[in-house]
Design a protein around this ligand. Structure first.
Ligand code: AMP
Ligand code: MG
Length: 327
């Protein structure tokens, strides 16, 4: 046999024995939702180990921020504290609170991490979700227990100025968990992956030598409104009125509340935010869901890294100038 043919054959045999890159998939229940991990790799064992470590990091975020269940954390300690009592918030909580307060200001109050009392009253989260809206009197009382002006940082920690005020990171902590999970995957050498937490996701790199193709869900139909292609680390987060809701007397009541009125926001059916950072995308998808669309669009156009797709209250699609939807 000629040497070049022999070499060619042994090369073929070698490459046939090596595992080729493929999607390694794992699903976990985290943050109250199914989280799907996809890692594109030829090293399945190392990828499974990395997914485990990413899931652990995400569970830690859930434990640090949750206001449900029996786990103790500094958010619950703050929420149970009396007026004037200083509570030291865990480092990650303080960092996220400061970020949330900044986005509160940038979004003209649409994003508000102090809505805990109001969220509890509406009871869309937790074990026994409500099925009819609370009375206007209860809503106006709960509104008095909200407001960023009613929390204060002092030397040893944070205090509330009105009784019953509670922090709620439900609109931003999932993004932080996704960012932390993604950074674990990256650190362990996996640069082509997706963490999909119930439709909110971080996409890393590309899918082999092609871009990832991510579908955007239709808020009223069981089919995508279109898709986006991604070939570098990018987060895509959607806030929608279909996620946690009930119908009452022909009207939809859902979990994203307008901090001004105390009622579910009614400007959009869904808002999808694309940004390099999932924490930012999560907070802004909630904020933009509350804001009226022209106002929100103006804000988005000043932020170069963020691209947004809205389905408005009438079901019409709108997008910021940098959003590239394929249909
Ligand atoms: P998301 O699904 O990310 O839009 O977040 C909705 C969750 O954020 C709700 O379940 C509440 O816990 C919380 N939330 C509701 N309304 C607001 C708001 N206007 N600002 C900040 N958080 C909110
Ligand atoms: Mg959000």
């Amino acid at each position: 046999m000629r040497l070049d043919i022999a070499l060619g054959l042994s090369f073929l045999l070698l490459t046939a024995c090596q595992p080729s890159a493929h999607n390694v998939k794992e699903t976990r229940f985290l943050l109250g939702t199914l989280v799907e991990f996809t890692v594109f790799t030829d090293n399945e064992d190392a990828a499974l180990d990395a997914i485990n470590q990413a899931a652990q990091a995400m569970q830690k975020v859930e434990d640090t921020f949750t206001t449900f269940g029996s786990v103790k954390n500094s958010v619950k300690a703050f929420n149970q504290a009396k007026v004037g009592q200083t509570v030291k918030l865990e480092h990650d909580v303080e960092l996220l609170l400061v970020k949330a307060l900044k986005i509160h200001q940038q979004s003209q109050g649409a994003f508000d991490p102090t809505l805990g009392a109001l969220n509890e009253l509406w009871a869309f989260s937790g074990e026994s979700p409500a099925s009819s809206p609370p009375s206007p009197l209860k809503i106006s009382r709960a509104l008095q227990q909200t407001g960023v002006q009613n929390i204060e940082q002092s030397k040893g920690g944070w205090q509330k100025k009105v009784a019953g005020l509670k922090l709620d990171f439900g609109g931003i902590a999932k993004g932080l968990a996704i960012d932390k999970g993604a950074s674990v995957l990256r650190k362990l050498g996996f640069s082509q992956a997706i963490i999909n937490a119930g439709g909110d996701m971080m996409v890393l790199g590309s899918h082999g030598n092609k871009p990832w193709r991510i579908a955007i869900r239709h808020p009223r139909q069981d089919k995508p409104v279109g898709w986006v292609t991604i070939d570098k680390d990018t987060s895509i987060v959607t806030s929608g009125d279909y996620e946690r809701f009930y119908m009452y007397q022909g009207r939809r009541y859902h979990h994203i509340l307008d901090p001004e009125t105390g009622y579910p926001a009614r400007k959009s059916q869904s808002v999808t935010v694309v940004d390099s950072n999932a924490t930012v995308a999560d907070a802004w998808s909630t904020a933009l869901f509350v804001l009226d669309i022209p106002n929100g669009k103006r804000m988005v156009e000043t932020m170069q890294s963020m691209h947004v797709f809205w389905v408005n209250a009438q079901g019409k699609s709108l997008q910021s100038s940098g959003f590239k939807l394929h249909q």
